[in-house]
Design a protein. Structure first.
Lengths: 154, 190
């Protein structure tokens, strides 16, 4: 009765790894969706301070970023500089920058445009104040001081 | 007999996708964009006269070029700022030196003794940004704590758990009253 004869070799069946790639792909897509690819290169060092009372920035597409910090490369000097998009800028150029950012958004969204200030902890307030004054002049009042989330002291 | 087509070897597929995964993990950053949201005041009209505010209602916080604090004329450590701010706004003893209060009826809350106080924050051009944020954070912490206390008193929930309307009502009772002075050099430069 060869039909019902069990094979003598008792091999453990191999684990089916066919679906492994699907799972990994799922991971991949998940990460692609929740992350953003670093835009542009930063020329300035921005170690943002930490704070406890932080709020999350909603609607990232309505956020324009201004970076302030000391240049990473020595050849640009040690004074804090402002970076807009992909280049160093002077406070006087902020007006143009904000106007461009506004023009890129739809009409309804323009009033919700927030400016996120990513400023290094060691920068002096003079530079930040200049930037804030420029923002006030253009009428971009909503700002967000970018910070890390710190531990609450008890 | 038809010849069986050889099966495609998919064993390395997982490796390839792992490679892609690691690549994306490296080049992307989970954007945790957090921070302190503030609203800048509009530029003052050149002709407009500044609002006259009773002196007792202004809580003056000065930060000098050496990152030292002067609160209402008294040198203060950053750690004490939160308590001082709370005391100023709440004024539990109705001291004539701290902020004045005014009965106001607010939806959902009813009559509330709203403080007329305003924090006036002024810093030097040479103040470190880190210190400035710390100060802003302490004031925000004071306001959040007061809001939380009021929320617990009125709705028996913490401020975080309230719905939008309740939150609005609380925010109306305790607004973020921080005014930043027009920039001016104080306390000299380094």
């Amino acid at each position: 009765m060869a039909r019902f004869k069990k094979s003598n070799k008792k091999e453990t069946p191999g684990i089916n790894t066919g679906s492994m790639s699907d799972i990994i792909f799922m991971f991949l897509f998940f990460f692609m969706v929740i992350t953003t690819i670093r835009q542009g290169t930063l020329f300035v060092q921005t170690r943002v301070p930490s704070a406890t009372e932080v709020q999350k920035l909603e609607r990232k597409n309505l956020v324009s970023y201004i970076y302030i910090g000391t240049p990473k490369e020595k050849k640009y000097g040690a004074e804090p500089r402002i970076q807009l998009n992909d280049q160093f800028a002077f406070p006087s150029e902020i007006k143009e920058f904000i106007e461009k950012e506004r023009a890129a958004r739809s009409e309804n969204d323009r009033e919700f445009l927030t400016t996120s200030l990513k400023v290094d902890t060691a920068v002096v307030m003079g530079v930040v104040t200049d930037v804030k004054q420029e923002l006030r002049k253009v009428g971009s009042y909503k700002i967000n001081y970018s910070t890390k989330k710190g531990q609450k002291k008890k | 007999m038809a010849r069986k087509a050889p099966e495609l070897n998919t064993g390395s597929m997982a490796d390839i996708s792992f490679l892609l995964l690691t690549f994306f993990l490296l080049v992307s950053n989970i954007d945790t964009d957090m921070g302190l949201s503030r609203k800048l005041p509009p530029m003052p009209d050149p002709g407009a006269t500044p609002d006259v505010v009773n002196e007792r209602n202004v809580f003056v916080v000065l930060v000098n070029a050496r990152n030292q604090l002067l609160v209402e004329g008294v040198p203060t450590e950053i750690g004490q700022l939160k308590e001082k701010t709370k005391e100023f706004f709440l004024n539990p003893t109705n001291s004539p030196k701290l902020s004045d209060k005014e009965m106001k009826s607010i939806d959902l809350i009813g009559d509330y003794n709203k403080s007329k106080g305003v924090v006036s924050l002024r810093n030097d051009r040479s103040t470190k940004y880190g210190t400035y944020i710390q100060v802003q954070n302490e004031i925000a912490a004071a306001i959040n704590e007061m809001r939380d206390d009021l929320a617990k008193e009125k709705f028996n929930k913490s401020f975080e758990d309230l719905n939008n309307e309740q939150r609005k009502a609380i925010s109306k009772a305790i607004p973020v009253a921080v005014s930043e002075a027009e920039p001016k050099d104080i306390g000299g430069t380094k």
